[in-house]
Design a protein around this ligand. Structure first.
Ligand code: SAH
Length: 282
């Protein structure tokens, strides 16, 4: 006789970039029913306190490479499977959108290998949140006809040929995870003769009460933002559209320079892993 497995379900959902009101109603509905919520560092605490039902177990599986602290993808996959195979409704909540610069593929493959059913719910990705809250329409007519979502967390991600192309195009360029390598980004674009009418914006902690927007000419970058350390998370927008910020900025943030998302001070799963070890030893 075939044994019927009582598998649960996994909802892979985007929480939006920060402002808790930017989450979708569909994701909120699932958070209200969830048994377990596995959440990233870049998910607003307010979302967890406001929307997750009080019986759900919240597991923080944050990653913060700058601090060398992170929960391994293997552990995250194991936790998702472990809870789903117990028949639970698991919400895997990620900052922004689930599919943009995230490890969703690993998680999808793991779910498929274990025959666990799933749904994917989109979220407002950081580039759309930052553009909206900084008054920078990414494809404003007569300024740009396309947007590229890019990353330069290390120099090998973008080839020399591609730098040439990036310097030449009129597409708006948005760099994720690149505020620490911004000096390199600007240097490469300048070396490849990027036109001087393009501006650069760094949107720090977009859509949160601590959002800050820094604007610079690419030619003047040396004297304005070079070497600056931006608070995490920050996003870089480059293109003619950045000039629209001055005219259409609307969001007033708190001038305090505080962290909206808590920096990780230790591996978020230390307690969890210690609990597992303790159970095994007892
Ligand atoms: N899945 C996420 C991106 C994860 S990669 C999304 O769709 O938005 C993490 C990077 O996203 C950060 O290094 C930063 O570049 C960007 N980011 C995320 N939230 C942000 C925010 N509130 N403000 C500025 N940048 C943000």
């Amino acid at each position: 006789m075939n044994k019927i497995k009582n598998t649960g379900k996994v909802i892979l959902a985007g929480a939006g970039p920060g402002d808790p009101d930017l989450i979708t109603i569909k994701t909120v509905n699932y958070l209200q029913q969830a048994d377990v919520v596995l959440t990233d560092r870049l998910v607003s605490e307010e979302i967890l306190t406001r929307y997750v039902n009080k019986y759900a177990e919240i597991i923080r599986v944050g990653k913060q490479c700058r601090r060398g602290i992170s929960t391994s993808q293997k552990t995250i996959n194991e936790l998702i499977v472990e809870h789903a195979l117990q028949g639970k409704l698991v919400v895997r909540l990620k900052g922004g959108d689930v599919s943009i610069f995230s490890n969703i593929l690993d998680e999808l493959q793991t779910l498929q290998e274990h025959n666990i059913s799933f749904e994917i719910i989109p979220g407002v990705t950081a580039s759309l949140g930052a553009a909206a809250y900084a008054g920078i329409p990414l494809t404003a007519r007569e300024y740009s006809t396309a947007v590229r979502l890019l990353t330069l967390y290390k120099s090998t991600v973008v080839s020399d040929e591609y730098w040439k192309e990036l310097a030449k195009t009129d597409d708006t360029l948005v760099f994720y995870m690149s505020s620490e390598t911004l000096d390199d980004v600007v240097e490469k674009l300048m070396q490849n003769n990027i036109p001087s009418d393009k501006l650069l914006a760094v949107v720090e902690q977009a859509t949160t009460p601590f959002q800050q927007v820094y604007i610079s000419d690419l030619c003047d970058y040396q004297n304005t933002l070079k070497g600056k350390i931006f608070l995490s998370p920050s996003l870089v927008i480059i293109g003619k559209v950045v000039s629209l910020h001055e005219k259409f900025t609307w969001f007033t943030s708190n001038k305090n320079h505080e962290h909206y998302f808590k920096p990780l001070t230790k591996s978020p799963l230390v307690d969890h892993e210690q609990k597992i070890v303790a159970t095994v030893l007892s």
